[in-house]
Design a protein around this ligand. Structure first.
Ligand code: NDP
Length: 463
């Protein structure tokens, strides 16, 4: 199988020069380089067709964050020890709306990871059809093993700096890895205290204080809706399909819930300690157990295998050069944990085991070589910036409801989310065809997302 890597013959001189500059200017940020490279390769035909974008250095401007905030976060743990973390907010692009994107709390967080996420977010938000710019933020704080009080003190200390940079018309953060309803609550409470105003400055809020129905479900549901649309192009449905899901957090849980609604058979779930394979299928009762385990008791996924007979737990093994979760016979895969969790080898295992639908709930879960395996095999591959855009789209719907000071019903929000995912699929599908790469959702998503932002930037002059 042909595996194309960065810098190989198909890469144009324009992209090579651009990447050399990006790497020189942003050293030690491999995830950021990877995200830019993938987009730049896709945009090559656009740059040839529309030289005005190159003249105005539109892509070069999108690559450079409009503003980058890095700050100290000091807090005290339950033993009274002083703790110091690093906080970030990347305000990437505001051409089509206020900066919008999640906050990630995980020890792996650094500038390069957040810049890749903020860069991806610009295109994703553009695809949603809603007026949202791109941003991302977070901290290297590790919520694992911390008490509720420690998480609260950290969130308050984080907001003590962030509050002066954000606002409902400026920058609207949300959740991501390590940031769910609990953390958004603490962050919102502190923002409100400092500003003395009740506004929709964060999304993912609780239902009785400005949150939207379906927001917790939205990313997972959206990824499944996207898979449904991809399958429909081949006249198929999810009914009876065996599905591999990674992660066991917000995105994974609601991916599994929607898969069950549509008659599919999810068989795996994971966390950083390993994965479970349940050959009989994860049903609603088992999902309920997993949600309680992860959201309330904050335990490890191994407990699922201890509880349900016939389930196999495989611990994570750093010495392996592949993830065995991706080495089971299945029809579909929904990576929903973290970046670069599918390598070229994993991608080959997936394709070799019969998987022909991959819808990415996580952001950039597949390496560039892995993406090329999927593209060469011509499977239905929905990249994260399209397939997981349902989360931020529903955050956009939360912002709309906050502005209207109204709440829509569950059915209304779900219907809008479904409509948005169909529209994103259509835009990717048709744009890929228009630019000579039919069926390639990577180029479709990158080009369609780019055009709206690029045209707005041209309209607004050199700012
Ligand atoms: P959660 O924190 O709720 O869950 C993350 C899950 O992934 C956990 O099971 C976690 O295991 C696992 N995980 C995280 N990092 C690693 C790692 N380095 N190695 C192995 N497993 C890991 O996060 P979300 O479900 O919200 O986010 C999952 C993905 O979806 C991320 O890529 C995120 O950017 C993306 N996403 C999320 C959106 C949202 O609305 N929440 C929107 C769009 C994309 P453990 O608990 O052991 O760390």
């Amino acid at each position: 199988m042909l595996v194309k890597g960065p810098g190989e013959a198909k890469t144009s001189q324009y992209v090579k020069d651009l990447m050399a500059a990006v790497k020189a200017k942003n050293p030690a940020e491999p995830e950021f380089h990877q995200a830019v490279q993938e987009v730049a390769e896709s945009l090559d035909p656009v740059m040839q067709r529309r030289p005005e974008y190159r003249k105005a250095k539109v892509l070069e401007r999108i690559i450079e964050p409009e503003r980058l905030l890095m700050f100290r976060v000091c807090w005290q743990d339950d033993q009274g020890n002083f703790q110091v973390n690093r906080g970030f907010r990347i305000e990437m692009n505001s051409a089509i709306g206020p900066y919008k994107g999640g906050l990630r709390l995980h020890p792996s967080v650094n500038l390069g990871i957040l810049k890749f996420l903020a860069f991806e977010q610009v295109f994703k938000n553009s695809l949603t059809t809603l007026p949202m710019g791109g941003g991302k933020g977070g901290s290297d704080f590790d919520p694992k093993g911390k008490s509720d009080n420690e998480v609260m003190r950290f969130c308050q200390a984080f907001m003590n700096e962030l509050f002066r940079h954000i606002g409902p018309n400026t920058d609207v953060p949300a959740g991501d890895i390590g940031v769910g309803g609990r953390e958004i609550g603490f962050l919102f409470g502190q923002y409100k205290k400092l500003r003395n105003e009740f506004t929709g400055v964060l999304t993912g809020k609780g239902l009785n204080w400005g949150g939207s129905l379906i927001r917790p479900e939205a990313t997972g549901y959206g990824a499944v809706y996207f898979a449904q649309e991809m399958l429909a192009t081949r006249g198929e449905t999810l009914q009876g399909k065996t599905c591999l899901v990674s992660g066991s957090g917000n995105v994974a849980q609601y991916t599994i819930e929607k898969l069950l609604d549509l008659g599919a058979r999810p068989v795996t779930m994971s966390d950083s300690s390993g994965y479970i394979y349940d050959e009989q299928g994860i049903d609603r009762d088992k999902l309920k157990f997993a949600m309680d385990l992860k959201n309330v008791r904050r335990g490890r996924i191994k407990e699922y295998a201890d509880k349900f007979k016939g389930t196999v737990f495989t611990p994570a093994d750093a010495k392996l050069d592949f993830n065995p979760l991706w080495n089971h016979t299945a029809h579909c895969a929904f990576p929903s944990a973290t970046q670069n969790e599918i390598t070229a080898k994993d991608a080959m295992h997936l394709v070799g085991n019969g998987v022909y639908v991959v819808a990415e709930g996580a952001n950039m879960p597949t390496t560039i070589d892995g993406v090329n395996v999927f593209l060469d095999a011509k499977i239905l591959y929905g990249p994260g910036k399209a397939a997981n855009a349902g989360g931020v789209a529903t955050s956009g719907l939360e912002m709309s409801q906050n502005s209207l000071r109204l709440s829509w019903t569950r059915e209304e929000v779900d219907q809008r989310l479904h409509g948005i995912m169909k529209a994103i699929h259509k835009a990717c599908f048709e744009t890929a065809k228009e630019y000579g790469t039919p069926g390639n959702y990577v180029s479709g998503a990158n080009i369609a997302g780019f055009l709206k932002v690029a045209d707005a930037m041209l309209d607004q002059g050199l700012v």
